[in-house]
Design a protein around this ligand. Structure first.
Ligand SMILES: Cc1ncc(COP(=O)(O)O)c(C=O)c1O
Length: 439
């Protein structure tokens, strides 16, 4: 394994996958006629396709990762005790070492952690500011009686704006929310790293420090959606003044140290197929979460995960902060993005961490948003090549619970998401050719 140095000399050379392949899963090729039947039966919704009918599956990077031989070896060391599994203690140690949070509550995946967190922290009438919504996160906040308020910078809503940290919080917006509702109505500020719905855009350490200062002044906690924190850390190392010589692990730790806890979908950064957790610094909140997890997920030392899965997560967390891994991971996304840019295809810029996001409004300018252009485009790409992508626009955004009307998000996107360590550059070439053809 390489060292996590990312020295200037190392960074000027080409990246390559820092692994070799020792097991393969054959892919099924389909004909256009077969795909026409499949997508019609799926109601033109790529989520409803059978994966057997998909050639290259870029629906999501969630739980679709290839585990390493070390992780598979760890699976064999699963201690499937109901209580006190040794794998829980390995995971707890990994979270404490890498993220620095004091307490760990395992959950079956990220939304399990969001559910517990929302139940213990949000009261009806509360307001939760955040740097853009995520579907399950906001829904759990709403189910607990809270209202999400978006405080991300305006640049994040503009797919053509080249701001290097489009995940940043607009401090004036946050200040207004605090003044309008009062700090006692704000249980926490929700800070996502590598903001998914903005296109995998990072928040800077400098901005997070300012958010911390504002929250400290009002006694408000910060809860971190750490799902893609290592990917965010890579962009900080590349782009933020003064951070080039920090390791990915140091940057991850610096981010976490500015927050009071996290929800985590281990299915992304942590390179596994299932798992998640809630991590907290506060003893009383931890107590409440531990009491709650046993109702909804499982006893507090497994929380819905098998011992073997906790072992794979703890190893994956360590692998996620290896420089060569994260550079190749984000590099593969950039490779695909640049191919599309070179062909003039409208994508969200800067290219994000975990996928390339097509700007469906610019791609299909003749379609009204209420005819769901991103949904239509994802279906068309599947028809062309069997590549499966995902809508992130008017459908994902859901309807306003009060009016029942579409929310009409400013971003109407198709997400081409890359599983980690699964596909090769040749798959990226085939994907790019298909999208260019559709364009
Ligand atoms: C930013 C973010 N938060 C939370 C979640 C929810 O996690 P899970 O799918 O593991 O429940 C996801 C999953 O897609 C995500 O991308």
């Amino acid at each position: 394994m390489s060292t996590d140095d990312g020295t200037p000399a190392q960074r000027t050379r080409s990246w390559a996958e820092p692994f070799k392949i020792k097991m393969v899963e054959p892919l099924k090729m389909t004909t256009r006629a077969e795909r026409e039947v499949a997508i019609r039966e799926a109601g033109y919704n790529t989520f409803l396709l059978r994966s057997e009918d998909v050639y290259i599956d870029l629906l999501t990077d969630s739980g679709t990762n290839a585990m390493s031989d070390r992780q598979w070896a760890g699976m064999m060391l699963g201690d499937e005790a109901y209580a006190g599994s040794r794998n829980f203690y390995h995971l707890e140690a990994a979270v404490q070492e890498l993220y620095g949070y004091r307490h760990l509550v395992p959950t079956h995946q990220g939304r399990g952690a969001e559910h517990i967190l929302s139940k213990i922290m949000i009261s009806p009438g509360d307001v939760v500011p955040g740097n853009m919504y995520f579907t399950t996160t906001r829904l759990h906040q709403e189910l607990a009686g809270g209202t999400f308020v978006d405080v991300i910078i305006d640049e994040a809503h503009d797919p053509t704006n080249l701001h290097p940290f489009k995940g940043n919080v607009d401090l004036a917006k946050l200040q207004r929310v605090i003044e309008q509702h009062g700090a006692d109505k704000i249980p926490y500020v929700c800070i996502a790293t590598a903001v998914n719905m903005a296109g995998g855009q990072p928040i800077s350490l400098a901005n997070l420090r300012e958010v911390r200062a504002m929250c400290d002044a009002h006694g408000i906690r910060i809860i971190h959606d750490a799902t893609r924190v290592a990917e965010n850390a890579f962009f900080i190392k590349e782009r933020e003044p003064g951070c080039a010589d920090m390791t990915i692990a140091e940057i991850v730790r610096a981010i976490c140290d500015l927050t009071d806890g996290c929800t985590m979908s281990a299915k992304k950064d942590a390179l596994v197929n299932i798992g998640g957790f809630l991590a907290l610094n506060d003893d009383d909140l931890f107590d409440a979460a531990r009491n709650m997890v046993v109702i909804y997920e499982g006893l507090h030392t497994y929380g819905g995960m098998a011992g073997r899965d906790m072992e794979a997560v703890s190893i994956g967390l360590h692998e996620s902060v290896e420089y060569d891994h994260i550079r190749a991971r984000v590099g593969q996304v950039a490779y695909l993005g640049r191919k599309l840019q070179d062909a003039g295809v409208p994508i969200v810029v800067p290219i994000g961490s975990h996928g390339v996001f097509l700007d469906a409004r610019a791609f299909l300018p003749h379609l009204d948003q209420d005819t769901y252009p991103a949904q239509a485009l994802a279906a068309e790409i599947y028809l062309d090549s069997g590549v499966r992508t995902m809508e992130r626009g008017n459908v994902s955004s859901g309807r306003d619970p009060a009016t029942g009307e579409n929310r009409h998000p400013r971003l109407e996107l198709v997400r081409i998401t890359l599983p980690r360590r699964v596909y090769t550059q040749a798959h990226m070439d085939v994907t790019a050719e298909s999208i260019v053809e559709v364009y």
